[in-house]
Design a protein around this ligand. Sequence first.
Ligand SMILES: NC(=O)c1ccc[n+]([C@@H]2O[C@H](COP(=O)([O-])OP(=O)(O)OC[C@H]3O[C@@H](n4cnc5c(N)ncnc54)[C@H](O)[C@@H]3O)[C@@H](O)[C@H]2O)c1
Length: 434
Amino acid sequence: MNITMIGSGYVGLVSGACFADFGHVVTCVDTDASKIERLLRGEIPIYEPGLDDLVASNVRQKRLFFTTDLAPAVKGADAVFIAVGTPSRRGDGHADLSYVFAAAETIGKALDGYTVIVDKSTVPVGTGDEVERIIREANPKADFSVVSNPEFLREGAAIEDFKRPDRVVLGVEDERARAVMAEIYRPLSLNAPPLVFVNRRTSELIKYAANAFLATKITFINEVADLCEKVGANVQDVARGIGLDGRIGSKFLHAGPGYGGSCFPKDTLALLKTGQDYSAPLRIVETVVAVNDARKRAMARKVIAALDGSVRGKKIALLGLAFKPNTDDMRDAPSLAIVASLVGDGAKVHAYDPEATSQARPLMPEVVFHEDAYAPIEGADALVIVTEWDAFRALDLEKVKSLLKTPIIVDLRNIYGVDEVRKHGIAYVSVGRA
Ligand SMILES: NC(=O)c1ccc[n+]([C@@H]2O[C@H](COP(=O)([O-])OP(=O)(O)OC[C@H]3O[C@@H](n4cnc5c(N)ncnc54)[C@H](O)[C@@H]3O)[C@@H](O)[C@H]2O)c1
């Protein structure tokens, strides 16, 4: 099949490369000319494990192309995927659909022959109807269907998630579109993930309900962690004890500094707005959003408390800035709020992240960035672990102790055992463990 992917970011580039790897011929389009130039030079604009090899091999085999020129890429395509950003709209938290609608209008003008327009961006209920209307208005004679196919990949494990998804959700309104989507995803049949065919509005809502549920799970265990600290219980053991129950499941039960990233914060807010618009408020999600916001500031207070109530003039070493390991994505990373609080209270923050430094630098102008994990620790009053990159899991704790001015580690991801650190004579503060 001939597939065109509009938007070559985390989702568009990974999906495009994976579809090409399945044997489809894919053209990835982006309005960001510098991004496309880098891709044409063989550079990958984002950090995602395995993506460089996947892109290179499919470009070599002439199944994957890049362009800024949308119209020729749309003509002759069997399916055109929209994978542009849907950030929170400034001011009200609604999803900003301007990129989706702009893409729809340009697609409409370029359509030639029956084409399925597939919305892969995360969009509120009813957006498919609006995309259909915009295309119809731009090109009244166009022969097309609009499908919703939300994406569930996780950054850092995106290729594996795309190729071996738990399910593929497809919101279709007609048989022709259903047949095209079944053909596009047919190469997955070896791994046999369920193709969940539903109506378009249901599909749009499934994506938000999934993210809101996962955000709730994280927030739940974070509050349980706070209680554990008060009562002398261990949140990791609680999470294991409840997670082994098949009805609960062990994933997304890791206590930490609160959820962040490119999806959960904006998607929970957008779902709240949809609930309000339709007079069906989602009170649990409202609470989740409020609790998570407060948590990021609470993490900075945890660091300040570990330093006897003041960080003024003190040097703090931060390991990990990206919102999670194996990505360079800084969107809504908890590190942003933590750094802002610490700097606001007079701390000098030194940091290291294996991949996110270039994204973080403009967002944290006061921070001094380093090239390896030990450099920021030298002479620091405390070490704070914010993102659980593998490279931080086996630090030489004797070396860490000798580099620190005062031997304090605040581990916001619980990557070390309590006794393991304390036996080195280091004061150790973690999340939800006495
Ligand atoms: N990042 C994730 O992990 C993830 C996972 C699942 C779903 N999603 C959803 O997928 C969508 C895309 O997310 P992302 O993280 O890939 O965003 P991104 O910002 O990394 O990429 C979006 C790309 O679209 C391009 N673009 C914008 N308007 C365009 C247009 N009219 N024509 C061509 N290109 C255009 C931008 O230049 C950018 O490169 C969002 O709705 C997001 O919520 C993201």
